[in-house]
Design a binder for this molecule. Sequence first.
Ligand code: COA
Length: 435
Amino acid sequence: MENWKEIYKEKIVTADEAVKYIQSGNRVIFAHACGEAQIITEAMLRNKEEYEKVEIVHLVPMGTGEYAQEENQKYFYHNSFFGGGSTRKALNGTYGDFTPSFFFEIPKLFKKDGKLPVDVAIIQVSSPDEHGYCSYGISCDYTKGAAENAKIVIAQVNKYMPRTLGDSFIHLSEMDYIVAYDEPILQLVPPKIGEIEQKIGEYCASLIQDGDTLQLGIGAIPDAVLTFLKDKRHLGIHSEMISDGVVDLILAGVIDNSKKTIHKNKCVVSFLMGSPKLYDFVNNNPAVELYPVDYVNHPMIIAKNDNMISINSALQVDLMGQVNAESIGAKQFSGTGGQVDFVRGASMSKGGKSIIAMPSTAAKGRISKIVMNLDLGSTVTTSRNDVDYVVTEYGIASLKGKTLRERAKALIAIAHPDFRESLMKQALEKFQILN
Ligand code: COA
């Protein structure tokens, strides 16, 4: 459209003006994770007296989460797909709730005829290009689908948002109100990698061959895995997200995507969380393409990558191989995210493997994460039918094709030595023999 500069000017409002278009009871979708439009969230909080029970929906929370605090319950209600430190109390309390969903199915929920139709999408995008298109930048995932189906789109246009390529654009004509405000994008603080994570990283890396395509979750373990891949060659990335660690491996020539069976020579991702190092790297960079999560995380698309390796973490694994990655007992801790999307996609991929990697203990060694039974009320994120490799700092348990007894034995062998005897005793009570 030739006249986009006019459209742009006409739509510009202040953040305080923009949030006046949100009505009490509206369902408002926030751009995902580090993509949250901070200036607009702040304006919603400043103007909260205007609202009653505005429903705020998003997946990983990376902002302040102030709307999800008890003192704001009159104004806001948080409907979460993934808990974090700032929102956990709300979604386990009376002023919030949790919606279980596979990540790849969330955009479908947001469709006009879907189960969670959207009143307002609040997005954050890059500066417009010469044709009036802005990039969703670091958050394409469900954010694009939410904007495409919302009754109202409020967009923060921020020069710090990188212009990422792929299917990651929105035209200014598709936005209703524009808040032009430049501020640094939210960042992910790099996790601390300790000895345990290093050992786990080393075991995971031993399951990865030259030419494999990787999905890496968030956190210390995926980052530790990356540090052990320096001697590999021709690795590829098809992952819901990537962080800073991947940049180093691309620059070192370890990740070149040259053996990928789809999107050859490209890293394919759906969102990004990291530091400006990552955000600068992806800016206008054809080596990294962002696509909506209903594409990237669709198990059938993931499976089109031969030799697909997924690496995710967990809170507990029971002796049958049921994986709880999202609750501590009955309390929702995080969410399903893309774990099952990738476990299933990797399982269907020719030469694929899915890995659940976690330290053997929690709470400074007081609790075993490998347990006879999941805690009462726990969620099964990845089922025993889906699980493949489980890795701790004590080794690798390969579970596919193994009987219940064989699984119990393999998992006890990678439990922390302090808990093996008691696990063996419990397993023997159930199975009588463990040969
Ligand atoms: N019982 C009680 N507490 C436990 C526990 C258990 N079995 N396992 C872990 N914890 C505690 C830890 O001690 C820690 O507490 P702290 O914050 O007070 O130190 C906390 O729970 C988080 O554990 P940690 O091992 O540090 O988690 P993490 O940051 O590595 O995240 C998951 C692990 C499983 C929560 C996270 O990967 C997740 O949410 N996954 C689900 C979604 C997914 O896999 N998506 C795909 C990739 S994005």
